[in-house]
Design a protein around this ligand. Structure first.
Ligand code: F6P
Length: 576
C-alpha cells in the first residue's frame, strides 16, 4: 500500500493560527518564567532515560496547543503507525521503512505490530534476529581470538570501509561507546575516496591482525568499492612483503577469506568482489542507509563492544520507539521536538539548528545528525510529486561543548540570527576525574571536573535564555560606550537533554529520538524522508567527468567552460 496525498499543512487552521502568533512574535523568557513558577516542570518531559527540558524554548500554552493540533491534522501518529507496520511510505522507491523492526526484542510480548509480522512476504522479526545471531556469533569469534588471520594471529584492528550511513553511524557509536570497547581491539573507519584516508587509516597496521569490513548497502558505491580494492591490494602487498603469502590466486583468495567480511543487501555483489557469502551479513532494502546503524552495518561496533552491550543499544532505540508510539502528542518528546523545529524554521525563520553535546564521546553526533536530518528532509517536492508549500529541512551543525563556547557561541549569543540549539549532556561521566590542585581562585582543590564541565552546560542555556540587560551591564561598572557591546539580548531558545550516563542504551535512545524528530518534520512537510535522489546527479557526473580528469581530451573538450578550465588547471598542477 502506498501513501495517500499528503495533507498540505500550510492550508490547515492550526498553520494559519501559528502564522498569526508568529506575526510580531516577541518571546519573553524572563517574563514567562517570572509569571509561571511551574514553567520548567510544565515543559520538562521524560522519554525513557532522557529528561528533556523544553522550558527555555519558545513555547507557550497557545503555541504548544497549535503545534500539537498541526501534528494531529497531518496525522503524525497515524503515519508512524503505518511506518512501523511496513506500509510503503518510501513512495519514490516503493519500499517499506522498517528501521524500527531492527530493534524489536526477540519474541517480545505485546509488540505492535505483533511478533512475527509479515511484510511483502517476509517474516521481518525472524530475518532480523537470524542476522543478529549471525553477527553476534561472528563478533564473539573475533573477540575471543577464535577467528584468526591467515597466519594464525588473532584480530586486533577492525577497519570499517563504508561511507554515508555505512560510516557515520558506526564511527559515531564507536566513539560514543569507547569506554565499552574491549581492550586489544581497535576500530578504524575509512570513508573518503581521497586516497589519504585509506593511507592514514592503514598506516602502522599489521596486515596479519587486521580485519576489513566492507559496509555498503548497495555494494555499488564508488568510494567504498575503490577503498575496498585498495585495502585488498594493501593486504596482499603487505602479506607478500613479509612472505606470509605468495602471489598465487589461491593464497590471495585465502587471505581475503580471513581478512575481509562484508555487510550489504546485495550479497551477489559481495561474492563477485571475492568475499565468501558465509562471511557476509545481510540487511534489507527497507532499511535506509542513514537509518542502518542498528542493522548489521554496526558489525564493527558489535565486535568492539560485544553482543550484550549491543543488545542494550538496541533496547535503547526500542524504548524510544515505544515512547513515540504510545505517548500522547502533548507529552511525546520526539513529536514535540519535531514540531518545535517546524515552529522555529517555518514560522520564525530560523535558518539553522545547533546540536551541542556536552559529552566528548559524542563528538561525532552532530556529523551523524547532518546526514540523518539533511539527507532525509532536504526535499522540494512532496511524496506525491507536488511542490512543497513551505521551507523544508533543517541545517544541523555543531561541535561538543565546551569547545564550541570558545569558537562559534559568540554568534549564538549575540548574533542577528535565530539559532535554536539542543544541549545534550549526561550526569555520570565515564571518567570522574578530580582536580586536586585547584587554581587558587575559582577552582577549589578536589574539584570534580565533570561538575565544572556541567556548570558550563547549565550556564550556557541560562545565558541564552535570560541574557543580560543594559542596566545589569552598567551595574558592573562598565563604561557607557561599551555597554551595547556587552548586552545579551537573551530569548535565544534551547532544549536541554540530560541522561544518566552515556550507556549503550542511552546512545540508542538519542539516535531514535532524532530519527523520530526527522519523521515528525517530514510528515508535516509531506515529504518522503526515506529517499535521497538529490545525491544522484553529482555521482553520475563524477563518472562522466572522470575521463577528462584522467587526461582524455575529447571528454575535456565536451565540458562547460568553467569545468573545462578548472580541470585543465588541475592537470597543469599535476604536471600532466
Ligand atoms: O550517496 C548517498 C548514499 O546513498 C547514502 O544514503 C548512503 O548512506 C551512502 O550513500 C552509502 O551507500 P551504501 O551503503 O550503499 O554504500
Amino acid at each position: 500500500m502506498t501513501e495517500s496525498v499528503p495533507v498540505d499543512s500550510t492550508s490547515t487552521e492550526a498553520w494559519k493560527q501559528l502564522e498569526g502568533v508568529a506575526d510580531g512574535f516577541s518571546p519573553d523568557l524572563r517574563g514567562w518564567f517570572a509569571a509561571d513558577p511551574e514553567r520548567a516542570a510544565k515543559y520538562t518531559f521524560q522519554a525513557a532515560d532522557l529528561t528533556v527540558d523544553l522550558s527555555k524554548s519558545f513555547l507557550t500554552e497557545e503555541i504548544l496547543g497549535l503545534l500539537v493540533q498541526l501534528a494531529r491534522d497531518t496525522d503524525v501518529a497515524g503515519r508512524y503507525d503505518a511506518m512501523i507496520r511496513g506500509e510503503h511510505i518510501n513512495v519514490t522507491e516503493n519500499r517499506a521503512v522498517l528501521h524500527t523492526a531492527l530493534r524489536r526484542p526477540k519474541n517480545g510480548e505485546g509488540l505492535v505490530p505483533p511478533a512475527g509480522f509479515v511484510v511483502d512476504g517476509q517474516d521481518v522479526d525472524a530475518d532480523v534476529h537470524a542476522t543478529l545471531d549471525k553477527v553476534y556469533a561472528f563478533a564473539e569469534k573475533v573477540r575471543s581470538g577464535e577467528w584468526k588471520g591467515v597466519t594464525g594471529k588473532r584480530i586486533e584492528t577492525v577497519v570499517n570501509i563504508g561511507i554515508g550511513g555505512s560510516d557515520l553511524g558506526p564511527v559515531m557509536v564507536y566513539e560514543a561507546l569507547k569506554p565499552y570497547v574491549q581492550a586489544g581491539i581497535e576500530c578504524r573507519f575509512v570513508s573518503n575516496i581521497d586516497p589519504s584516508d585509506i593511507y592514514e587509516k592503514t598506516e602502522g597496521l599489521d596486515p596479519e591482525t587486521t580485519l576489513f569490513i566492507v559496509a555498503s548497502k548497495t555494494f555499488g558505491t564508488l568510494e567504498t568499492l575503490t577503498n575496498a580494492r585498495l585495502a585488498r591490494q594493501w593486504l596482499w602487498e603487505r602479506l607478500a612483503a613479509s612472505t606470509a603469502i605468495g602471489d598465487s590466486d589461491d593464497e590471495r583468495t585465502g587471505a581475503v577469506a580471513k581478512h575481509f567480511v562484508a555487510v550489504s543487501t546485495a550479497l551477489d555483489k559481495v561474492a563477485a568482489f571475492g568475499i565468501d557469502p558465509e562471511n557476509a551479513f545481510g540487511f534489507w532494502d527497507w532499511v535506509g542507509g542513514r537509518y542502518s546503524v542498528d542493522s548489521a552495518i554496526g558489525t564493527s561496533v558489535v565486535i568492539a563492544i560485544g553482543p550484550e552491550n549491543w543488545q542494550q543499544f538496541l533496547a535503547g532505540f526500542h524504548a524510544i520507539d515505544e515512547h513515540m508510539r504510545t505517548t500522547p502528542l502533548e507529552q511525546n518528546v520526539p513529536v514535540l521536538m519535531g514540531m518545535l523545529n517546524v515552529w522555529y524554521s517555518n514560522f520564525l525563520k530560523a535558518q539553522s539548528h545547533a546540536v551541542l553535546p556536552y559529552a566528548q564521546y559524542l563528538h561525532r553526533f552532530p556529523a551523524y545528525l547532518q546526514q540523518l536530518t539533511m539527507e532525509s528532509n532536504g526535499k522540494s517536492v512532496r511524496w506525491d510529486g507536488s511542490p512543497v508549500s513551505t521551507d523544508t529541512g533543517e541545517i544541523f551543525w555543531g561541535e561538543p561543548g565546551t569547545n564550541g563556547q570558545h569558537a562559534f557561541y559568540q554568534l549564538i549569543h549575540q548574533g542577528t540570527r535565530l539559532i535554536p540549539a539542543d544541549f545534550i549532556a549526561v550526569a555520570n561521566p565515564a571518567h570522574a576525574l578530580k582536580d586536586f590542585s585547584g587554581d587558587g581562585a575559582a577552582v577549589e582543590p578536589g574539584q570534580d571536573v565533570h561538575a565544572l564541565f556541567m556548570a558550563n552546560f547549565f550556564a550556557q542555556t541560562k545565558a541564552l535564555a535570560f541574557g543580560k540587560t543594559a542596566d545589569e551591564v552598567r551595574a558592573e561598572g562598565t563604561a557607557e560606550a561599551v555597554v551595547p557591546a556587552r548586552v545579551f539580548s537573551g530569548n535565544r531558545p534551547t532544549t536541554s537533554i540530560l541522561a544518566p550516563a552515556l550507556t549503550p542504551s542511552v546512545v540508542g535512545q538519542l539516535i531514535a529520538l532524532y530519527e523520530h524528530i526527522v519523521f515528525t518534520e517530514g510528515t508535516i512537510w509531506g515529504i518522503d524522508s526515506f529517499d535521497q535522489w538529490g545525491v544522484e546527479l553529482g555521482k553520475q557526473l563524477a563518472l562522466q567527468v572522470a575521463p577528462a580528469v584522467d587526461g582524455d581530451a575529447e571528454t575535456l573538450a565536451a565540458q562547460d567552460s568553467s569545468t573545462r578550465a578548472l580541470i585543465a588547471r588541475y592537470l597543469e598542477l599535476r604536471g600532466a
